[in-house]
Design a protein around this ligand. Structure first.
Ligand code: COA
Length: 150
């Protein structure tokens, strides 16, 4: 199985919402319109992983601020449960890091999301803060993680 990587497009929004519902059940999964809004925003960058034309993963990052040096924030990353553990999440993340071109990057992650935390730590992110009840629906806490300018 080899995944292909490329841009995420508005045609993928419905499939993204379907994956979100599986991946973030109980935690305010984004609906199709949220993906359409993300894709339309000028300073966002979204990538897709496909296997035989089926969307199996997606990830997005936003550029913050108007003046250099820019900072970035990872908005989401998700891999179809049937395709997890095969290196797709790492590939998606590395494409976001490439886009951010060595700048400072932030993200929020649930404190109990061990797979995601392990992935982020292995890519150079460290925990810099705790946001209590960050996830509105579940009330779960989040770590803020930061990757320093490289
Ligand atoms: C987090 C997620 C995107 C990782 O995607 P993936 O394709 O399964 O990850 P990869 O196969 O590329 O693994 C990359 C690294 O993640 C970590 N990881 C992945 N699955 C893991 C698990 N079950 N337990 C612990 N660490 C894990 C490891 O550090 C792994 O590196 P290694 O293979 O060298 O040990 C995926 O689990 C997912 O979609 N989770 C649900 C959505 C989510 O939580 N997104 C993040 C929100 S902040």
């Amino acid at each position: 199985m080899t995944a292909q990587y490329g841009p995420l497009t508005p045609n993928d929004a419905a499939r993204c919402a379907e994956l979100e519902a599986q991946l973030f059940d109980g935690d305010d999964p984004w609906p199709e319109r949220a993906f359409l809004a993300e894709l339309a925003a000028k300073h966002n960058h979204y990538v897709a992983a496909r296997v035989e034309d089926k969307l199996v993963g997606y990830a997005g990052i936003a550029r913050l601020g108007r003046l250099r040096p820019y900072e970035y924030e990872i908005h989401t990353i998700g891999v179809d449960p049937a395709y997890q553990g095969k290196g797709i999440g790492r590939q998606l993340l590395s494409r976001l890091l490439e886009y951010a071109d060595g700048a400072t990057i932030f993200l929020e992650v649930r404190t109990d999301n061990e797979p995601a935390i392990a992935l982020y730590e292995s890519a150079g992110f460290t925990r810099v803060g705790l946001r209590k009840r960050y996830y509105r629906v579940s009330g779960a806490d989040a770590y803020t993680m930061k990757r320093e300018r490289q």
